[in-house]
Design a protein around this ligand. Structure first.
Ligand code: CUA
Length: 318
């Protein structure tokens, strides 16, 4: 659906963002037009040589009128702004919380490309294939500077930062090819950093997934890396070193040595690999070495996928 003056609209949130945009633009335009119209009308009617009546109201009338005017022009904008705020906050909150059954795609930004990986191991560069009508959640990080993942047709833009994960989710409503931009100045080739989001019918998407299956899915690659980097030496089932067992840890609270508790999410696992002294699990000596500077962001995502797959309640992603 093409809205006047706006880019194509191809996600469930897009029309809602557009309605808010039109409402705010409409109200501010109406106020702006009314003010300019009054300036012109009063300028002509009460110009210096005009004979328009200029009665002097009594002091009581003046005081009452002033008070009423003050109330009206304080309360009216307040209500307008609060309405816009509540409306926008509803969209924002929905935008910020992905449904739990959303399909995940992992994004690593770098100067100057988008690297994307599906849980099944399918990898893409500057192109993201997604099914129509299904919630897709992007878990994003950057290998160097700040980038921003921007799909105008979805009305979504999210900064992608080094050293942390940001998320964005959407349900695409129209099959087709939609341009993806980098919306944060990130160096020489910023203007060329982009690509396409390709929205496919669900059956065609499943076929695409099958045809682009990699050598291994993310969890399997993560398992290989887990051995390669020596993680299994301490965290493995038969390890002699006293290190936390990772099976079933994902999504669970972890008590820390400082008495606080954190949820073992993507962020926690990433920080445990790169900054192991930051949050030491209670009851364990702080002997884990840091892997900062030794592991690529994509490999960390694979390791996280592996730890996730160890959850006894969760099925191993295939
Ligand atoms: Cu990446 Cu601009």
């Amino acid at each position: 659906m093409m809205a006047a003056g706006l880019p194509e609209s191809a996600s469930t949130i897009a029309p809602r963002v557009d309605h808010l945009f039109y409402a705010v633009a409409g109200v501010t335009s109406a106020v702006g037009i009314a003010i300019f119209a009054l300036i012109i009308i009063f300028g002509i009617r009460y110009r210096a040589e005009s004979k328009a009546p200029r009665p002097e109201p009594s002091p009581e009338t003046q005081a009452r009128t002033r008070r009423n005017i003050e109330i009206v022009w304080t309360v009216t904008p307040l209500l307008l702004f609060l309405t816009a705020f509540a409306w926008a906050a509803r969209i924002y909150v929905e935008r910020a919380s992905a449904p739990p059954d959303a399909m995940e795609v992992f994004v690593v930004a770098k100067q100057w490309m988008w690297k994307l990986q599906h849980p099944g191991g399918q990898r893409e560069i500057d192109e993201l294939h997604v099914p129509r009508g299904r919630a897709v959640k992007l878990v994003m990080t950057s290998q160097d500077v700040i980038h921003s993942f921007y799909v105008p047709a979805f009305r979504l833009k999210q900064d992608v930062l080094p050293g942390r994960y940001t998320e964005m989710w959407f349900v695409a409503t129209t099959a087709g090819r939609f341009h993806l931009f980098c919306a944060e100045y990130c160096g020489t080739d910023h203007a060329h950093m982009g690509g396409d989001v390709v929205v496919m019918e669900p059956a065609a998407f499943d076929q695409w997934l099958n045809e682009h299956r990699g050598a291994a899915d993310m969890a399997t690659r993560g398992e290989m890396l887990f051995r390669q980097y020596g993680c299994s030496g301490c965290h493995g089932q038969n390890a002699t070193v006293h290190a936390p067992n990772l099976a079933g840890i994902f999504g669970k609270p972890v008590p820390l040595s400082d008495g606080t508790t954190v949820i073992a999410d993507e962020r926690y696992i990433r920080d445990s690999i790169l900054l192991p002294r930051k949050e030491v699990a209670a009851g364990y000596p702080p002997i884990m070495p840091s892997f900062a500077g030794q592991i690529e962001e994509d490999d960390i995502l694979d390791l996280i996928a592996y730890v996730k797959s160890l959850a006894p309640t969760q099925e191993r992603p295939r």
